[in-house]
Design a protein around this ligand. Structure first.
Ligand code: F6P
Ligand code: MN
Length: 364
C-alpha cells in the first residue's frame, strides 16, 4: 500500500472545503497554475539543450532584456491557464497590455497577474529562478477586463504563490490562511506537501540587498545596513551575514525557511522609478506570502498590501522578511522623515562608505 501523500491539487480542494468556501473555479485555476509551473520547470531544466541559439534578444515593456526562455515561460502560463473558464484576464511582466481570454474560451471571474520567470538574468549561469503569481477576483459583471480592474490593493488577493526552480522544484502557496510548500516529485509529476505551515522566524541573522547601489540608497537603509555590518561591536550587538542571489524567488524562499530580511528599497539611481520590483506580480504576492508566514512587508513607509496601484506595471520599494527587522527599518524611515536621524542627514555622511565602517550611530 503506498504511503498517502497530500498533493497540491488535493490540498487546495480540501482547503477550500474546510474553509466553507468551496470554489471549483479557484481550485481549477490553481491546478492549471501548478501545471504551468511544471512545464516551466521542465523548460528551464533543459537549459542549453532546449535553447534556440538563433533567437534574437528582445526588450520587454519595462525596457529590460527579454531572454527567449522568458517568452517561452510566458507562453506556457498563458496557454495552460486561458482555456479553463476560470479567468477573464491576465497581466504579465512580459506583456505591455492586459491579456484578454480569447473568444473561443469561456470567461471566468478571476484575474491572474504573474511574473513568468523571475530572476531570469540568472538563467545563463544555471542559478535558481521561479514563477510568481497573484489571483484577484474580477468585479462582478466584468468579462473584458481593462487595467483598472487589476488596480486593487494586495490585501484583496484571493491567493498568491511562487514556484522556485532550484536543485528541487518547489511550489509555495497561500490562500489567506497560512503558507504551505510542495516539492515536485518528478517521477509521478506531482507537487507533494512537504512544508506545511511555513513560519518565518521573527529575528534574523541575514540580510539581502544589492550593495552596489549603496550610493543611491536613502539614509534609513544606509543606517540599517551599516549597523548590520558593524556586527557584534555595533549597536545591534550581533554579527550578520549578507546574501544577494539577484533572484527574488530564491531570496524569499530562503527567508521562508530560515528568516532574514530582503530589500530592494527606493533609491535615487533612476529617480523616475520608485523601486525596482513590480507591485502587481512581484511585491504583492510575495508580501501576502510573507505576512501569512508571520513576517512583514513594507515600502519603509507603507504596508505593501495597502498600496492602491495606479498602473499595472507599477514599481515599488520592497522591504520584507522577519517581522522585527522590517519593523526596525520602518522605525528608521519614520525617524528620518521626522528629521531625527541627524548623522544620516549630514552631507559628511554621504562622503563615507558603509564598507569602510567609519560612520557613527547612537544605538536606539
Ligand atoms: O525581477 C526582478 C529581479 O530579477 C529580482 O528577481 C531580483 O531580486 C532583482 O531583479 C535583481 O536586481 P539586480 O539585478 O539589481 O541585482
Ligand atoms: Mn521578476
Amino acid at each position: 500500500m503506498p504511503q498517502r501523500r497530500t498533493t497540491f491539487s488535493q490540498f487546495v480542494a480540501e482547503d477550500r472545503r474546510r474553509s466553507g468556501a468551496a470554489d471549483a473555479d479557484l481550485v481549477g485555476l490553481l491546478n492549471d497554475v501548478q501545471r504551468a509551473c511544471k512545464f516551466v520547470a521542465a523548460a528551464v531544466s533543459r537549459g542549453g539543450l532546449g535553447a534556440r541559439p538563433a533567437a534574437a534578444a528582445a526588450t520587454n515593456v519595462q525596457g529590460e532584456q527579454q531572454k527567449p526562455i522568458d517568452v517561452v515561460a510566458n507562453d506556457i502560463v498563458i496557454k495552460t491557464c486561458e482555456w479553463g473558464g476560470q479567468l477573464c484576464g491576465m497581466v504579465s511582466e512580459e506583456m505591455a497590455e492586459v491579456y484578454r481570454i480569447p473568444g473561443e474560451y469561456p470567461r471566468g471571474r478571476y484575474l491572474l497577474a504573474f511574473d513568468p520567470l523571475d530572476g531570469s538574468s540568472n538563467i545563463d549561469v544555471n542559478m535558481t529562478v521561479g514563477t510568481i503569481f497573484s489571483v484577484l477576483s474580477a468585479p462582478p459583471g466584468v468579462s473584458e477586463p481593462g487595467p483598472e480592474h487589476f488596480l486593487r490593493p494586495g490585501r484583496e488577493q484571493v491567493a498568491a504563490g511562487f514556484a522556485v526552480y532550484g536543485p528541487t522544484t518547489m511550489l509555495i502557496i497561500t490562500l489567506g490562511a497560512g503558507v504551505h510548500g510542495f516539492t515536485l516529485d518528478r517521477e509521478p509529476g506531482a507537487f507533494v506537501l512537504t512544508h506545511p505551515d511555513m513560519h518565518i522566524p521573527e529575528t534574523a541573522q541575514e540580510f539581502a540587498i544589492n550593495a552596489s547601489n549603496e550610493r543611491f540608497w536613502e539614509a534609513p537603509v544606509r543606517r540599517y545596513v551599516e549597523e548590520c555590518i558593524q556586527g557584534k561591536a555595533g549597536p545591534r550587538g550581533q554579527d550578520f551575514n549578507m546574501r544577494w542571489i539577484a533572484s527574488m524567488v530564491a531570496e524569499v524562499h530562503r527567508i521562508l525557511i530560515r528568516g532574514g530580511l530582503f530589500m530592494y528599497p527606493r533609491d535615487t539611481k533612476e529617480p523616475a522609478k520608485p523601486g525596482r520590483l513590480r507591485l502587481l506580480y512581484e511585491a504583492n504576492p510575495m508580501a501576502m506570502i510573507v505576512e501569512q508566514a508571520g513576517g512583514a512587508a513594507s515600502t519603509g513607509r507603507e504596508r505593501i498590501l495597502d498600496i492602491v496601484p495606479d498602473a499595472i506595471h507599477q514599481r515599488v520599494p520592497v522591504i520584507l522578511g522577519s517581522k522585527d527587522e522590517v519593523q526596525r527599518l520602518v522605525r528608521y524611515h519614520q525617524a528620518f522623515d521626522r528629521g531625527e536621524d541627524l548623522v544620516f542627514h549630514t552631507p559628511l555622511f554621504n562622503t563615507r562608505s558603509l564598507f569602510r565602517g567609519d560612520a557613527v550611530f547612537a544605538p536606539r
